[in-house]
Design a protein around this ligand. Sequence first.
Ligand code: NAD
Length: 288
Amino acid sequence: MKIGFIGLGNMGAPMAANLVAAGHDVVAFDVANVPAGMTSADTGAEAASGADVVITMLPNGAILRSVADEVIPAMTPGALLLDCSTVDVASARDVAVMAEGVGLLAADAPVSGGTVGAENGTLTFMAGGSEAAFAKASPLLDIMGQKAVHCGDAGAGQAAKICNNMILGITMIGTCEAFALADKLGLDRQAMFDVVSTSSGQSWSMNTYCPAPGVGPQSPSDNDYKPGFAAELMLKDLNLSQQAAGDADAATPLGAHAAEMYRAFVEGGGEGMDFSAMLPHLAKQGRS
Ligand code: NAD
């Protein structure tokens, strides 16, 4: 396929490289650098012109909207606009309406799996959009990832992503709190892991991504909390969950509190650290 790829950052660059390696004709555009090994365009519209599929992998919804304004008029009717960024649900829906209004297919397909998943082609995609859009995206999602779930109409992929990450933020904080309490109660961290990881307190945060160094499987905590999944990206996703909850009038008290705790952590020096570094952050605090 002829693919326009816009946004070649930490995630987009390896995703585009996997499409090139699979034999697709990729024309890439980024306001910063386009990596070597693929054709680069001077504008987003140039990358989109004549493409069967235009993939975007951008920082946020405002940038997605401005890129969509530029590329949609340049796209061929019947082509697919496939946004893999993590953005707010409202932007995902508005961009899909704009694209479908001029005869394009549109899907939102945010990812889970981080830069390692992007490099290895093992991302999980959660997609929103029509059956036709998902069918057209599927061969490309199969190259860039190991699993793609069609979650529903436009915006459903973003909704699934922020709901998942709201659970993740809350369970990570809960796991870190429990370790900090266990420390003060004199409970050995390994014993705590052995019990909780096989008891009803288990979660991905405990069992797979344990925030305590030297305990459980290898995770960023064993590497000085280098990300991994950076705390500021968790804050971004928690903020998106709260924006969506506000729009939908949904009660998310723990999500709101998790967002506030990650905001304080990021602003207080946690930026650039893995989100599981909430453990040393909490462990050095007292009750007040
Ligand atoms: P990044 O900042 O490394 O890359 C974004 C790229 O977009 C940059 O290269 C930037 O120059 C480019 N860009 C910005 N404005 C542009 C414009 N107007 N036109 C063209 N290019 C433009 O970010 P990333 O880590 O690659 O993340 C991309 C998206 O994926 C984000 O929405 C993020 O939330 C999501 N995500 C990231 C991870 C991760 O682990 N990094 C995991 C899951 C999802």
